[in-house]
Design a protein. Structure first.
Length: 469
């Protein structure tokens, strides 16, 4: 659990970075959103707001006055009707005291409060238009700083959030502990005839039973060549691979793990060959990562290992250097190596490239595959990133006439198409902390070696379970 003292330090650091210019910082938390009439989605707080406050209550916003070190909240007050339907929530005085605010008001008073401080610049990520317009009507010299690419607020938040504190790392590791347990049971209960939904239910049961939720909707699919296949529901088939991409969320902090394994417990020769290429790429990157190296170079390292492995297997052909220049390998490794992770699964992913993932020295590539890389900064101690290489056999790419023409010198398309059904797609993912001297895989070890899977898959004793229900 993150302490209120740590939230105070975060706000102080942010205010110090933006002080001296009669600045005002305004940030909104999320409100409840209905999934259909009268039925709200499960509430999820805005991550930037939660990072600075720890508040997990809908409809709250915050104002910071850097030059006076003031922290002011705006929160709805419950009516009697609210208490009848939703139960009694914290009062204004309780919120103010627990979260250490200097003042608290009802929503709608933001402009009145802001004007008291005579701001000359307002920093806001997504402040409501009526708030900024009303400020302008009284203070003609107010400037809006809501450009999320170049704004001082967005840059400072990114720099703060990407470096994880020990307490943040502890939250991520707790999410990974729960995730590991969910994977162990999911692997054990995998066998032909079980529905993908049943495996997903096992995973979600572990999350809820441990007072957690999921950091994103679990992917549980035999269609591994569909990168974000959230529509699970097929019956598991003998001879197929099952790809699971999921992670628990604990107190807002994410885990994100992917494993791919055979439904029947035995890899075919072609499945194992492709699997071991991906596993080698992942482990080689993790062994190489350390402060000062650029994450894009780690992606290129994975690309090189995958390209050589596919050439040795006979899917790719020709000189490795020429092959990499041609980009044929990106028909199979079609996404980025990974992404920062923390309060969001894709940490700070709502900011454009210049604020979060990229810098002036490392702009996003326009090349297929590489252009999907979400992060290209130099690695620093405290960064938490995923490492998730993959190999996919995607008919839409392998059957495209233009792509076949462009890469025919380097790709054995007929052999690749033979693996669409039996291999489909393989991805392996771990969550990695950059340390002062290298890197460390976070959380308890989750099976990834073929021999481990072959022992675990389908190992639950169904006769014992049925007799003891």
């Amino acid at each position: 659990m993150i302490s209120q003292e740590e939230y105070y330090v975060r706000r102080s650091r942010l205010m110090k970075s933006l002080s001296g210019h009669h600045a005002l910082i305004y940030m909104q938390g999320n409100s409840e959103i209905n999934r259909n009439v009268g039925v709200p989605f499960e509430f999820r707080q805005d991550s930037h707001f939660r990072y600075l406050t720890g508040i997990d209550i809908p409809g709250v916003s915050m104002m910071l006055i850097p030059d006076e070190n003031k922290y002011i909240l705006f929160a709805p007050e419950q009516s009697v009707d609210d208490q009848v339907w939703d139960g009694k929530g914290p009062s204004h005085s309780e919120i103010k005291k627990f979260f250490g605010a200097d003042g608290i008001y009802v929503p709608g008073k933001e402009s009145d409060v802001a004007i008291r401080y005579g701001p000359k610049i307002v920093h806001s990520l997504h402040g409501p238009a009526k708030f900024t317009n009303s400020i302008k009507s009284v203070c003609s010299n107010v400037q809006e700083d809501i450009n999320m690419t170049t704004g001082d607020l967005s840059r400072q938040l990114v720099d703060m959030r990407l470096i994880k504190s020990p307490s943040e790392i502890a939250e991520i590791e707790e999410a990974l502990r729960i995730t590991k347990d969910s994977y162990m049971d999911a692997i054990r209960e995998t066998k032909p005839g079980v529905n993908e939904h049943a495996i997903q239910a096992i995973i979600e049961h572990h999350y809820r039973a441990n007072s957690a939720t999921y950091s994103f909707m679990p992917i549980v699919t035999m269609d591994g060549n569909v990168l974000h296949q959230f529509r699970n529901g097929a019956e598991l088939k003998d001879g197929k691979l099952l790809l699971i991409d999921s992670g628990a969320e604990v107190n807002g902090y994410s885990a994100d793990i992917t494993r791919t394994f055979p439904v029947n417990g035995k890899f075919t020769p072609e499945q194992r060959a492709i699997y071991e290429i991906v596993l080698k790429a992942k482990n080689s990157v993790i062994a190489t990562m350390k402060p000062g190296l650029n994450y894009r170079d780690m992606h290129l390292l994975a690309e090189g290992i995958i390209a050589k492995g596919l050439r040795d297997y006979g899917i790719l052909k020709g000189n490795i250097g020429e092959l990499l220049t041609n980009g044929a390998h990106r028909l199979f490794f079609v996404h980025g190596l990974g992404h920062p992770m923390g309060l969001d699964d894709h940490d700070c992913g709502d900011f454009p490239d210049l604020s979060a993932g990229y810098s002036k020295d490392h702009s996003r590539s326009e090349e297929f595959g590489l252009k999907f890389l979400r992060f290209a900064r130099d690695l620093e101690p405290g960064h938490v990133v995923t490492v998730e290489p993959g190999i996919y056999f995607i008919p839409a790419l392998l059957e495209d006439p233009e792509l076949r023409k462009k890469h025919r010198e380097f790709v054995n398309f007929d052999k690749a198409l033979e693996l669409v059904d039996s291999v489909s797609g393989i991805r392996i993912e771990d969550d990695v902390l950059i340390t002062p001297t290298g890197s460390r895989v976070l959380g308890p070890k989750i099976p990834e070696e073929p021999a481990e899977f072959e022992v675990l898959i389908g190992s639950i004793n169904w006769n014992f379970v049925e007799k003891n229900q």
